[in-house]
Design a protein around this ligand. Structure first.
Ligand SMILES: Cc1cn([C@H]2C[C@H](O)[C@@H](COP(=O)(O)OP(=O)(O)O[C@H]3O[C@@H](C)C(=O)[C@@H](O)[C@H]3O)O2)c(=O)[nH]c1=O
Length: 185
Protein backbone atom coordinates (compact mmCIF):
# COMPACT_ATOMS: atom_id res chain seq x y z
CA UNK A 1 0.00 0.00 0.00
CA UNK A 2 1.36 3.39 -0.98
CA UNK A 3 0.29 6.69 0.58
CA UNK A 4 0.60 9.88 -1.45
CA UNK A 5 0.25 13.19 0.36
CA UNK A 6 -1.62 16.01 -1.33
CA UNK A 7 -1.29 19.81 -1.05
CA UNK A 8 -4.08 19.68 1.56
CA UNK A 9 -2.64 18.18 4.76
CA UNK A 10 -4.83 15.26 5.85
CA UNK A 11 -6.19 14.47 2.39
CA UNK A 12 -4.40 11.33 1.21
CA UNK A 13 -4.27 9.31 -2.00
CA UNK A 14 -3.97 5.61 -1.27
CA UNK A 15 -2.74 2.99 -3.72
CA UNK A 16 -3.64 -0.46 -2.39
CA UNK A 17 -1.33 -3.42 -2.96
CA UNK A 18 -2.94 -5.34 -5.83
CA UNK A 19 -2.40 -9.09 -6.15
CA UNK A 20 -2.98 -10.16 -9.73
CA UNK A 21 -3.13 -13.73 -11.03
CA UNK A 22 -4.67 -15.67 -13.89
CA UNK A 23 -8.13 -15.23 -12.34
CA UNK A 24 -7.98 -11.45 -12.13
CA UNK A 25 -6.89 -9.55 -9.04
CA UNK A 26 -7.43 -9.05 -5.34
CA UNK A 27 -6.90 -6.03 -3.11
CA UNK A 28 -8.00 -4.89 0.31
CA UNK A 29 -10.23 -1.82 0.17
CA UNK A 30 -9.88 -1.18 3.89
CA UNK A 31 -8.04 -2.78 6.78
CA UNK A 32 -8.56 -1.19 10.21
CA UNK A 33 -5.03 -1.79 11.47
CA UNK A 34 -3.12 -0.85 8.31
CA UNK A 35 -5.16 2.25 7.52
CA UNK A 36 -4.99 3.37 11.16
CA UNK A 37 -1.19 3.40 10.89
CA UNK A 38 -1.61 6.14 8.29
CA UNK A 39 -3.93 8.24 10.43
CA UNK A 40 -7.28 7.03 9.14
CA UNK A 41 -10.02 6.12 11.60
CA UNK A 42 -10.30 2.49 12.64
CA UNK A 43 -14.04 2.37 12.14
CA UNK A 44 -16.64 3.55 9.68
CA UNK A 45 -20.39 3.50 10.18
CA UNK A 46 -21.84 3.82 6.69
CA UNK A 47 -21.00 2.45 3.25
CA UNK A 48 -22.45 4.05 0.10
CA UNK A 49 -22.49 3.52 -3.65
CA UNK A 50 -23.68 5.73 -6.49
CA UNK A 51 -23.82 5.31 -10.21
CA UNK A 52 -23.33 8.20 -12.63
CA UNK A 53 -23.18 8.77 -16.35
CA UNK A 54 -20.50 10.93 -17.98
CA UNK A 55 -20.69 14.57 -16.91
CA UNK A 56 -22.68 13.97 -13.73
CA UNK A 57 -21.21 16.25 -11.07
CA UNK A 58 -22.10 15.55 -7.43
CA UNK A 59 -20.97 18.19 -4.95
CA UNK A 60 -19.60 19.99 -3.25
CA UNK A 61 -21.06 18.29 -0.19
CA UNK A 62 -20.35 18.30 3.53
CA UNK A 63 -22.15 17.83 6.83
CA UNK A 64 -21.87 20.24 9.72
CA UNK A 65 -22.44 19.41 12.50
CA UNK A 66 -21.98 15.62 12.31
CA UNK A 67 -19.10 15.81 9.79
CA UNK A 68 -18.21 12.76 7.74
CA UNK A 69 -14.71 11.59 6.85
CA UNK A 70 -14.91 9.66 3.56
CA UNK A 71 -12.75 6.93 2.06
CA UNK A 72 -13.78 7.01 -1.59
CA UNK A 73 -13.00 4.90 -4.65
CA UNK A 74 -14.35 3.83 -8.02
CA UNK A 75 -15.42 0.28 -8.91
CA UNK A 76 -16.27 0.92 -12.55
CA UNK A 77 -15.21 3.77 -14.86
CA UNK A 78 -13.42 6.95 -13.82
CA UNK A 79 -14.15 10.14 -11.88
CA UNK A 80 -12.39 13.45 -11.23
CA UNK A 81 -12.58 13.70 -7.45
CA UNK A 82 -12.15 16.89 -5.42
CA UNK A 83 -11.74 17.87 -1.77
CA UNK A 84 -12.01 21.48 -0.57
CA UNK A 85 -10.85 22.69 2.83
CA UNK A 86 -13.80 24.59 4.32
CA UNK A 87 -12.62 24.61 7.96
CA UNK A 88 -12.75 28.11 9.39
CA UNK A 89 -9.30 29.13 10.59
CA UNK A 90 -7.45 26.53 8.53
CA UNK A 91 -4.21 27.69 6.84
CA UNK A 92 -5.53 26.06 3.64
CA UNK A 93 -9.12 27.37 3.92
CA UNK A 94 -10.79 27.56 0.49
CA UNK A 95 -8.09 25.51 -1.25
CA UNK A 96 -8.84 22.38 -3.29
CA UNK A 97 -7.06 19.28 -4.46
CA UNK A 98 -8.09 16.63 -6.95
CA UNK A 99 -7.31 13.09 -8.04
CA UNK A 100 -8.45 10.85 -10.88
CA UNK A 101 -9.98 7.70 -9.41
CA UNK A 102 -10.72 4.76 -11.66
CA UNK A 103 -11.47 1.06 -11.63
CA UNK A 104 -8.18 0.69 -13.46
CA UNK A 105 -5.87 2.63 -11.10
CA UNK A 106 -7.74 1.37 -7.99
CA UNK A 107 -6.75 4.53 -6.14
CA UNK A 108 -8.61 5.58 -3.02
CA UNK A 109 -8.92 9.09 -1.66
CA UNK A 110 -9.19 9.85 2.04
CA UNK A 111 -11.10 13.06 2.76
CA UNK A 112 -11.10 13.90 6.49
CA UNK A 113 -13.96 15.51 8.37
CA UNK A 114 -14.22 19.23 7.69
CA UNK A 115 -13.65 19.08 3.94
CA UNK A 116 -16.25 19.46 1.23
CA UNK A 117 -16.24 16.74 -1.40
CA UNK A 118 -17.41 16.40 -4.97
CA UNK A 119 -16.73 14.50 -8.14
CA UNK A 120 -17.48 14.41 -11.85
CA UNK A 121 -17.86 11.18 -13.83
CA UNK A 122 -15.43 11.33 -16.75
CA UNK A 123 -16.14 7.87 -18.21
CA UNK A 124 -19.40 6.87 -19.94
CA UNK A 125 -20.51 5.31 -16.68
CA UNK A 126 -18.96 5.29 -13.20
CA UNK A 127 -19.75 3.40 -10.01
CA UNK A 128 -18.49 5.27 -6.96
CA UNK A 129 -18.22 3.67 -3.51
CA UNK A 130 -17.27 5.13 -0.13
CA UNK A 131 -17.08 4.53 3.58
CA UNK A 132 -18.16 7.29 6.00
CA UNK A 133 -17.18 7.99 9.62
CA UNK A 134 -20.63 9.28 10.53
CA UNK A 135 -24.16 8.59 9.38
CA UNK A 136 -25.92 10.60 6.71
CA UNK A 137 -27.97 13.35 8.32
CA UNK A 138 -30.36 15.08 5.95
CA UNK A 139 -30.80 17.99 8.40
CA UNK A 140 -27.09 18.90 8.39
CA UNK A 141 -26.26 17.79 4.83
CA UNK A 142 -25.00 20.95 3.10
CA UNK A 143 -23.41 22.03 -0.14
CA UNK A 144 -21.26 24.69 -1.74
CA UNK A 145 -21.28 25.75 -5.38
CA UNK A 146 -19.15 23.46 -7.54
CA UNK A 147 -18.12 26.50 -9.60
CA UNK A 148 -17.46 28.96 -6.76
CA UNK A 149 -15.00 31.32 -8.48
CA UNK A 150 -13.07 31.96 -5.27
CA UNK A 151 -12.37 28.26 -4.89
CA UNK A 152 -11.61 27.96 -8.61
CA UNK A 153 -11.71 24.21 -9.17
CA UNK A 154 -10.43 23.30 -12.63
CA UNK A 155 -13.04 20.70 -13.55
CA UNK A 156 -12.70 18.52 -16.65
CA UNK A 157 -13.96 20.25 -19.80
CA UNK A 158 -17.28 18.37 -19.84
CA UNK A 159 -20.74 19.97 -19.55
CA UNK A 160 -21.77 19.24 -15.95
CA UNK A 161 -25.05 17.59 -15.06
CA UNK A 162 -26.18 18.65 -11.57
CA UNK A 163 -28.98 17.88 -9.13
CA UNK A 164 -31.41 20.74 -8.54
CA UNK A 165 -29.99 21.11 -5.02
CA UNK A 166 -26.40 21.36 -6.22
CA UNK A 167 -27.34 23.80 -8.97
CA UNK A 168 -28.50 26.33 -6.37
CA UNK A 169 -25.74 25.80 -3.80
CA UNK A 170 -24.27 28.94 -2.20
CA UNK A 171 -20.73 30.21 -2.60
CA UNK A 172 -18.39 29.51 0.30
CA UNK A 173 -18.23 33.24 1.16
CA UNK A 174 -22.03 33.31 1.57
CA UNK A 175 -22.13 30.50 4.13
CA UNK A 176 -22.24 31.81 7.70
CA UNK A 177 -19.34 30.87 9.97
CA UNK A 178 -21.65 28.91 12.27
CA UNK A 179 -22.49 26.57 9.39
CA UNK A 180 -18.86 25.73 8.61
CA UNK A 181 -16.50 23.26 10.26
CA UNK A 182 -13.85 24.71 12.56
CA UNK A 183 -10.15 23.98 12.13
CA UNK A 184 -8.38 22.40 15.07
CA UNK A 185 -4.62 21.83 14.80
C1 LIG B 1 -25.77 10.84 0.68
C2 LIG B 1 -27.06 10.10 1.02
C3 LIG B 1 -28.20 10.34 0.30
N1 LIG B 1 -29.36 9.68 0.63
C4 LIG B 1 -30.55 9.94 -0.18
C5 LIG B 1 -31.02 11.39 -0.17
C6 LIG B 1 -31.57 11.59 -1.56
O1 LIG B 1 -32.94 11.20 -1.60
C7 LIG B 1 -30.79 10.62 -2.43
C8 LIG B 1 -29.69 11.29 -3.24
O2 LIG B 1 -28.94 12.13 -2.36
P1 LIG B 1 -27.85 13.14 -2.91
O3 LIG B 1 -28.39 13.86 -4.09
O4 LIG B 1 -27.37 13.95 -1.76
O5 LIG B 1 -26.70 12.12 -3.40
P2 LIG B 1 -25.22 12.49 -3.87
O6 LIG B 1 -25.27 13.73 -4.68
O7 LIG B 1 -24.62 11.29 -4.47
O8 LIG B 1 -24.52 12.80 -2.48
C9 LIG B 1 -23.22 12.39 -2.22
O9 LIG B 1 -22.33 13.25 -2.97
C10 LIG B 1 -20.95 13.02 -2.74
C11 LIG B 1 -20.19 14.08 -3.51
C12 LIG B 1 -20.60 12.96 -1.31
O10 LIG B 1 -19.55 13.43 -0.87
C13 LIG B 1 -21.51 12.17 -0.45
O11 LIG B 1 -21.21 12.33 0.91
C14 LIG B 1 -22.94 12.51 -0.72
O12 LIG B 1 -23.20 13.84 -0.28
O13 LIG B 1 -30.22 9.66 -1.54
C15 LIG B 1 -29.40 8.77 1.66
O14 LIG B 1 -30.48 8.17 1.96
N2 LIG B 1 -28.27 8.53 2.36
C16 LIG B 1 -27.09 9.16 2.09
O15 LIG B 1 -26.05 8.88 2.76
Amino acid sequence: MKIIETPLPGCLIIEPAVFGDERGCFYETWNAERYRQHGLPSSFVQSNASSSVRGVLRGLHYQWPHPQGKLVSVMSGEVFDVAVDIRKGSPTFGQWTSVLLSAENKRQFWIPEGFAHGFMATSEHAVFTYLCTDLYNSATDSNIAWDDPEIGIEWPDIAPSLSAKDARAPRLRDVSDTQLPVFSA
